[in-house]
Design a protein. Structure first.
Length: 342
């Protein structure tokens, strides 16, 4: 088995996380916890680390929480970018008016990505390599010019709770078209609909599609049909599989992995993810509120004798968010005895 990109995680001063340590990390990491316990924030921190704070990804992350101005934000007053970027820092630094705001994400004893905001200067640092610039220049040029600072990014795919956007699926499909990734995606869809014979991505005049969409052919049928016509569950599975094969040698981040899927599909989904994550060397981080997702993971672990997985519970202790990890054996006991951990 290949080495994991991160064997542990420490996040400092990122959003609601003052200091969160998760040690160890496994190949499969399922995060549970109450609302506002930081589950999605952990995924955002990992995405921020993987992309090395690349501008477009950072802006999209802010935009997903309505933390940016409107689409014409570059025409707004120069103070706007400062307000936008401050959302990434822990609220104590903002509320107390700290003259210098600092956050850090990485492994406990290894690589760390650091970001510091001092007045109007933003600095990134990774393994001794630093880059600083005027914050407004970052927002002014970043939207038209991909920000690069000569540090290799980690392949990462993020699936929000509402699923992938259509324009994202086109690009992801083109990345794996005519490769064995197509077979991996087809096998995933067969979990829910065994009659799917082929899948492709294109326009369909019969359904008046003006953009490219996923189209499938079913056993015993001559005409193709849009994948979405078979239900939202298949669309969700397609997004998961498509993101998985695009995350090779990197990370798959999934918010609310149970979303849109019937509880009976959970064990089969986890079997698929466990098998493919090992073959493609993908480290998975997913969140859930669902007992069925937890139980489904446990059933898949037992069937495949896969120990490289764990449950991570986030909860508040004396006002701060902390992490508690559960091994596969502890997970087996919890699901057997129906012990509540969500």
């Amino acid at each position: 088995m290949s080495d994991l990109i991160l064997n542990s995680l420490v996040i400092e001063n990122f959003r609601i996380l003052k200091k969160l340590e998760i040690n160890p990390l496994k190949r499969i990491n399922l995060l549970v916890g109450e609302n506002n316990s930081g589950k999605t924030t952990v995924l955002e921190a990992l995405r921020f680390y993987a992309t090395r704070a690349e501008f477009i990804s950072t802006w999209l992350m802010l935009n997903s929480r309505d933390e940016t101005s409107d689409d014409n934000f570059l025409q707004q007053q120069s103070a706007t970018p400062i307000r936008n970027i401050q959302y990434l820092f822990h609220r104590d630094l903002i509320e107390h008016g700290a003259p210098q705001k600092h956050l850090s994400i990485g492994s406990i004893d290894g690589h760390k990505l650091q970001m510091t905001l001092s007045q109007n200067i933003l600095e990134f640092k990774f393994d001794g390599i630093a880059h600083s610039f005027n914050l407004y220049d970052f927002f002014l040029t970043g939207i038209n010019q991909r920000y690069q600072w000569n540090i290799e990014q980690i392949p990462v795919q993020f699936i929000p709770a509402q699923g992938l956007f259509r324009q994202n699926t086109e690009t992801l499909w083109d990345n794996i078209a005519s490769t064995e990734g197509e077979d991996d995606i087809l096998n995933c869809l067969k979990i829910l609909h065994p009659d799917i014979k082929r899948i492709n991505f294109g326009k369909d005049a019969e359904y008046n599609t003006t953009s490219r969409i996923p189209i499938v052919l079913l056993e015993g049928e001559l005409k193709r049909r849009p994948l979405r016509s078979l239900g939202e569950g298949l669309t969700r599975l397609f997004g998961l599989a498509l993101s998985m094969v695009n995350a090779k040698n990197g990370w798959l981040l999934v918010d609310e992995i149970e979303s849109g899927l019937h509880y009976s599909m959970q064990p089969l989904l986890w079997e698929y993810l466990l098998t493919l994550s090992s073959r493609l060397n993908v480290q998975i981080f997913a969140t859930t509120h669902s007992w069925d997702a937890i139980q489904g993971l446990q059933q898949a672990i037992e069937k495949q004798h896969q120990p490289d997985a764990q449950l991570i519970r986030l909860r508040r202790i004396q006002g701060e968010i902390c992490a508690e990890t559960f091994t596969t054996e502890e997970l087996r006991i919890m699901t057997r005895d129906h012990l509540e951990v969500r």
